[in-house]
Design a binder for this molecule. Structure first.
Ligand code: SF4
Ligand code: SF4
Length: 472
């Protein structure tokens, strides 16, 4: 422990992005070129385009991905799901979560370095804008360290104006995933006062995106991201990680180490300089490492210059570094997560195969479930809820299995357009003799669904007819 300027005890070992007083130190990593940088750049741009384009692409008549939570309407690449499809959503999200755990157990934080929107947007977009406006990493570090003057004010204003502009555009695509692109397009053309909710959501997202990608950056990975916090529990010594080969590198170059005893590390600190989270990978695997591979390329560049083999920092498992041999990545964890993912995928396949083309529900009126009419007639009130899961139009005929019970609806058969969600009152009228002096009588409502292409499906809903016990 040591004392900071304010007299507080602070640990000597602290985050590179935090100073002795606990304030944020903004990290400007050095630019790096190499095999992984090139591949990451390509992958990042594909993902950037996908993320921004997916809500605007139509698949099977719907936007590719829609997560309309208030209306419980979800679309995944042409498959439209509703609230009653919760088992499908459960298996889908469980398979994705366990699949990520499996990938982590085998390939470590490959998601963080290659696929996470946080890394993709910060590394390949926002940091590029920053570099374009403020210059290379040394110029940026210098600019941050100097006092505010007109030049600094001008550069920071340009940078943050661009950040806000791109955050505004990104937020529209982001909001389109949740509210639908039609709503977003309508909102853009109308006054904000007409859609205050969506407008407030987009403004809020703009502020969050600009704050996170423009300023918070690696702090999100280190402090906020739950996946970042649990990944060490998902990995073991067989998992792939970006690691320093200490057996080859140590003892690193230092004045007190005789030249003939020195390992391959020349203590150039290039790997630390390029790290977006500011860590020194030579200290071993650390939770702050997002496996971005920048230090691999940086060290390979140095190894090439000093005439030593590449790979002092490389993708490897702790076990491989320890043993010096290539080992299998499949441990107990990998097997358990892999098996659990397969079970969830089988569950998903099964619930999808069981999915009916048509959903029907009958909801009894709570306020007036039945009413005694004149001429010994009884009326039962319901609300019918139908969903046509297929894209083609369909007809639904409603009937009951008891003679004398009349089905009263606006139309019978009902016409449903493709994928229509339909609500309507439904009344059942019958002579009180149908109840045979009881308060209720179980019956079945049969709903026959027919599509234009000839698909037929029958749904039977057991209900009870209600009436007064004193009715004859
Ligand atoms: S870049 Fe390589 S040689 Fe340089 S300090 Fe890092 S590990 Fe050592
Ligand atoms: S240690 Fe290497 S892989 Fe990990 S975050 Fe830093 S530069 Fe990226």
């Amino acid at each position: 422990m040591s004392q900071n300027k304010k007299g507080f005890e602070v640990p000597k070992d602290r985050l590179a992005s935090v100073d002795a007083a606990g304030s944020r130190v903004f990290i400007h990593p050095a630019a790096v070129k190499g095999f992984f940088s090139r591949w990451r750049k390509g992958v990042h741009w594909v993902l950037l385009i996908l993320f921004l384009a997916l809500p605007w692409i139509q698949i099977g008549g719907h936007q590719a991905i829609l997560l309309d939570i208030p209306n419980r309407n979800f679309v995944f690449f042409g498959l439209r799901l509703f609230s009653h499809d919760a088992p499908i959503l459960f298996f889908l999200f469980a398979a994705l979560t366990l699949g990520l755990a499996f990938v982590t157990a085998i390939w470590g934080r490959v998601w963080c370095g290659w696929g996470c929107p946080q890394t993709v947007f910060v590394d390949s977009f926002f940091r590029k804008i920053e570099e374009w406006v403020e210059g290379g990493y040394l110029e940026r570090r210098k600019l941050d360290a100097q006092d505010m003057d007109l030049r600094k004010l001008r550069l920071k204003t340009i940078k943050w104006s661009l950040f806000l502009l791109f955050s505004f555009l990104i937020s529209h695509s982001f909001a389109a995933y949740f509210v639908g692109r039609e709503e977003i397009l309508q909102m853009v053309q109308a006054s904000p006062a007409e859609n205050p909710g969506v407008f407030a959501f987009v403004m809020f997202m703009t502020a969050i995106v600009a704050f996170d990608f423009g300023w918070f950056r690696e702090q999100f990975c280190i402090i906020v991201c739950p996946y970042g916090r649990i990944q060490s529990a998902l990995m073991d010594n067989r998992s792939l990680a970006v690691l320093y080969d200490y057996k080859r590198g140590e003892p690193r170059k230092a004045p007190e180490v005789p030249a003939e005893k020195q390992g391959d590390c020349v203590s150039c600190f290039r790997c630390v300089n390029v790290c977006p989270t500011g860590i020194d990978i030579r200290r071993g695997i650390q939770m702050e490492c997002i496996a971005c591979t920048a230090c691999i390329d940086a060290c390979d560049e140095i190894m090439e210059k000093v005439g030593k083999p590449k790979g002092l920092i490389r993708y490897a498992s702790e076990k491989e570094i320890e043993s010096g041999e290539r080992t299998s990545r499949f441990g107990k964890r990998g097997f358990i997560y892999g098996a659990a993912t397969v079970v969830m995928l089988l569950g998903l396949t099964w619930v999808l195969s069981q999915r009916k083309p048509f959903y029907a529900a009958l909801i009894r009126s709570i306020e007036a479930p039945y009413e005694n009419l004149a001429e010994d007639l009884v009326l039962n009130r319901f609300r019918i809820h139908l969903k046509n899961h297929r894209p083609e139009a369909a007809e639904v005929r409603v009937a009951v299995n008891v003679e004398g019970v009349e089905v009263i609806m606006a139309a019978n058969p009902l016409k449903l357009s493709g994928e229509q969600d339909f609500h309507q009152p439904l009344l059942l009228r019958f002579p009180s003799t149908v109840l045979a002096g009881q308060r209720q009588r179980p019956i079945e409502v049969q709903l026959t669904y027919k599509t234009e292409s000839g698909l037929e499906h029958l749904v039977v809903k057991p209900i009870a007819l209600l009436g007064s016990a004193t009715a004859p």
